[in-house]
Design a protein around this ligand. Structure first.
Ligand code: GTB
Length: 213
């Protein structure tokens, strides 16, 4: 059984590990599962071979024997369901950890994505200058709530789980904006995630293409 994950052949982040294959590789590293990486170019992502794996022409995808998955959340849930180390055994604690996975991608990540879209896809639009402070305030509102819930705990609900893996991965996308540093408890939480040996291995295993030109 070989697990194959697709990733950017040439990630726009130039090696910061911010694309969503990193969270999948982190989950596999936490679960102690070997995997192979298959870099895909932006062009190939939109061709029929890749569209057969991912209907939206994106990365990451996950292939294992005759199973092919897309959506980082579904992939990590699959890994966590099939291998020890990412979800607690107690049924209620397990349900809560899964809830945090959903909260990360459904409640926290969308606000952060708005910021990326405004900056990178709509940066030249006349409304962006006025819109950015509104988006940033919506992110701060969410982070304030999350920070209050985390309090002084190390992880969101007892031991580290796939819920934390997902939340830390989502928050990492904010680092460059400086907003994360406004929330010291969350900044420390993210740093705890990054300090995990499995995260370090996942970060080190990313494909970094040399600059073009
Ligand atoms: N909901 C899907 C999931 O969770 O798997 C979203 C997948 C997705 O957005 N994939 C992106 C992609 O393939 C890569 S991760 N984009 C190409 C396309 O749509 O054509 C998003 C991403 C891209 C770049 C950076 N970066 O440079 O910092 C960070 C994150």
């Amino acid at each position: 059984m070989t697990i194959t994950i697709t990733c950017f052949e040439r990630s726009p982040d130039g090696g910061k590990g911010l694309a969503r294959d990193t969270r999948v590789r982190w989950a596999l590293e936490e679960a102690g599962q070997p995997y192979e990486l298959r870099p895909v170019s932006f062009g190939a992502m939109k061709e029929s071979a890749h569209l057969g794996l991912h209907p939206f022409g994106q990365i990451p995808t996950y292939e294992e024997d005759d199973l092919a998955l897309f959506e980082s959340g579904a992939i990590i849930f699959h890994i966590a369901e099939h291998h020890a180390g990412l979800l607690p055994n107690d049924p209620n604690a397990r349900a809560r950890a899964i809830t945090w996975m959903f909260a990360a991608i459904n409640t926290v990540e969308p606000t952060i994505l708005e910021l990326q879209t405004a900056k990178f896809a709509e940066g030249d639009k006349p409304w962006t200058k006025e819109r950015l402070p509104l988006i940033k305030d919506r992110i701060r509102y969410r982070l304030n709530q999350l920070s209050a819930r985390l309090g002084d705990a190390d992880w969101l609900d007892g031991a580290f789980s796939a819920g934390d893996l997902m939340m830390v991965s989502v928050l990492l996308r904010l680092r460059l904006s400086g907003i994360l540093d406004e929330f010291p408890k969350l900044a420390a939480y993210v740093a705890r995630g990054e300090a995990r040996p499995a995260y370090k291995r996942a970060f080190a295993s990313q494909v970094v293409a040399p600059p073009t030109g």
